[in-house]
Design a protein around this ligand. Sequence first.
Ligand code: ADP
Ligand code: ASP
Ligand code: MG
Length: 595
Amino acid sequence: MGRIVQKYGGTSVGTVERIQAVAQRVYQTAQAGYSVVVVVSAMGKTTDGLVKLAHEISTRPCRREMDVLLSTGEQISIALLSMALQELGQPAISLTGAQVGIVTEAAHTRARILHIATDRLDRHLSEGKVVVVAGFQGISNTPDREVTTLGRGGSDTSAVALAAALRADLCEIYTDVPGILTTDPRLIPNAQLMAEITCDEMLELASLGAKVLHPRAVEIARNYGVQMVVRSSWTDEPGTRVMAPGIPPRSLQDLELGRPVDAVHFDLDQAKVALLRVEDRPGIAAYLFGELSKQRVDVDLIIQSIHDGNTNDIAFTVARQTVNRAEAVAAAYSPLLQSAGSLEQPEVMVARDVAKVSIVGAGIIGRPQVAAQMFKTLSDLGINIQMISTSEVNVSCTIPAGECDRAVAALCAAFEVNNSPIAKALASTPDAPPVRGVALDLKQARLAIRHVPDRPGMAAQIFQALADRNISVDMIIQSQRSRQVNGLITRDIAFTVAEADLALSQSTLLQVSAQLGCGEVTTDAQVAKVSIVGVGMLGRPGVAAHMFAALAQEQINIQMIATSEIRVSCVVAADQGVAALQAVHAAFGLGQRHS
Ligand code: ADP
Ligand code: ASP
Ligand code: MG
C-alpha cells in the first residue's frame, strides 16, 4: 500500500470548519487505500499570537522558553484534527514531535532535524490509523530531551523529512494558494500557477522571499529525491509539482546535517571585464547589457555595487572566446556611461585569464560557515579572490586562472568531495522558460565595509566573524576599483543580510574593521531585493539585460546586482520594491493575460 504525507498550513486549519474539511480530504485519501501521515501547523495566526505574547513579557525572550511556548500551537491542531477524523469513523492518533521521535540538534528556535524514528509511525499505520503529527517541532538529542522548533514556516520541513524517513511515495503540501505561482499573488494578483518547477529553482525562490515553501523543505526533497506537490486545500486542482532529481539512496542519519557541499566545480574558460566609475542612474545596466546581448555575448556572473556616491562599478564574466567582443562593446559605450559630475570616462579593465571555482550543494543554505570556509581555504593558499557570487546552493569565486588547480584540490579536501566535474551543476531542459518565477524580499538590509586591504584572507575573516554569529549573508560584492589608503591598496566589500540581523552585523563589522584596519562601515535598512529565477536562463544571452531594462523603464535605480547561474538579483530602494517586482514580472510575460 502506498504511503502519503500530507501537510496542512495554518490557514488550512484556521477554524473548526476548516479542520473538518481537512479531515474529509484525509479520510478520502485513506479510503483510497493509502497509509496517511498528516502534518499540521498551528491554527491560523496562533504562532504569531504566541510570539507577540512573549514580547509583551520580555524584549529578548529566552530561546528555550520560546520553543516551549511556540510548540503548543501545533499541539492544539493535531488533537482537533485527530478528533475530527475519529468523528468520520477514521481511526486516527495525534503525536507531538517528541512522541514520534523527531530528533533535532539543540539549537532552539532553529533546530535542524537529525533523525526520525519510524517504528511508532509504522506501528500505527499498520493498525490502519491515520497519524497526525505536529509540524515545526522536535526533541533535542541532548540528555535533557528538550522541546525544539525548526524555525518559522518549519512545518513544511517536518513534512518532507517525514516523507524521506518513511520513504513515502508522495509529500503533498496543502496551502491557501493553488500552488506555486510566478510570484506572490498578494503582491501581483495576476501571477500564474506553474505546473512544475525544479528543486534548484524552488530553492532559490524560497530563499529569495517566496515563502510558499520553507527552503529547508526543498533542500530535503532535493537531497532525498522526495516527490513533492504544492496545492490548495480548498480545491481538487493538481497544483505544482516540485521536481526532485533521481538520486542514489542516502543515509537517513543526520538528515539535515549531511555533507553541505556535493561538488566543487571549476570553469577555466572565463574572462572578466570591469567598468569603473559608470554613472549611477536608472538605465545604465540595461543599456550596457542590452548592447552585449545584441552582440551575442553571453554574460555569466554580473556584479555591480555602489561606490562613492554617484558612480558604480560593474563587472562581469564571459566565455574567453567572446572577451574581445565584450571588451569592444564596453570600450565603445563607456563614454556614454560617464557620470555628469565626473571628469574621467569610465575605465575598462579586462582580465583574460580568470577561473571560476564554485562549491555546490543544497546544504549551503542557512549555513554561513560554509562560504566562510571556502574563503578561508583560498586564503590559506594565498589566493586573492577577485569576484564572489553567492546563492543558496552555490558560492562561486573568480580567481587567477593559474591558481585554479591548487584551489580545486584544496576545496575538494576541505569539503571532503572527491570529484570536481567541470560539467555544469545545473542542466536546463529544452522547454524551460528563461524565467520561472520572480521574488521580492522586503526584509533585507545592505552593509558595506570600506577600504578593506586588498590581500588574501580579508573576505575569510570578515565572513567568518559573521558566520560565528550565525548571520547568513547574500549578494557579497567586492568593488572592482581599488584605492590607496596609507600606502595600502584597498577595496570595498558590500553585502546584504536579513533586516533582523542588521544590528548584530553592524556591530560585528565594526569590530572586524578595527581589527583588520579597514575603514568606515555603512548600512542601509531601506532596501529591497528583487530576483528572477529560472534554469532556462543558462546559456541564453539577454535575460539579465531584459530585467535591467524593465527596471529602467520605471525609472528604478539599481543599487547592487548579483547573479548566480540561475538567478539575477537587484537591490533597489525599499519603497520601489513592489513596483520593481511588478515591472519585472510583466516584462517576462509571467502574468495571466485574461484577468
Ligand atoms: P501555509 O500556512 O499554508 O504554510 P504560507 O503563508 O506559509 O502558508 O505560504 C503561502 C503564502 O505564500 C501564500 O498565501 C502567498 O501569499 C505566499 N507566496 C509568496 N510567494 C509565492 C509564490 N511564488 N507562489 C505562491 N505563493 C506565494
Ligand atoms: N506554526 C509555525 C509558524 O507559524 C510553523 C508553520 O506554520 O510552518 O511559523
Ligand atoms: Mg508556510
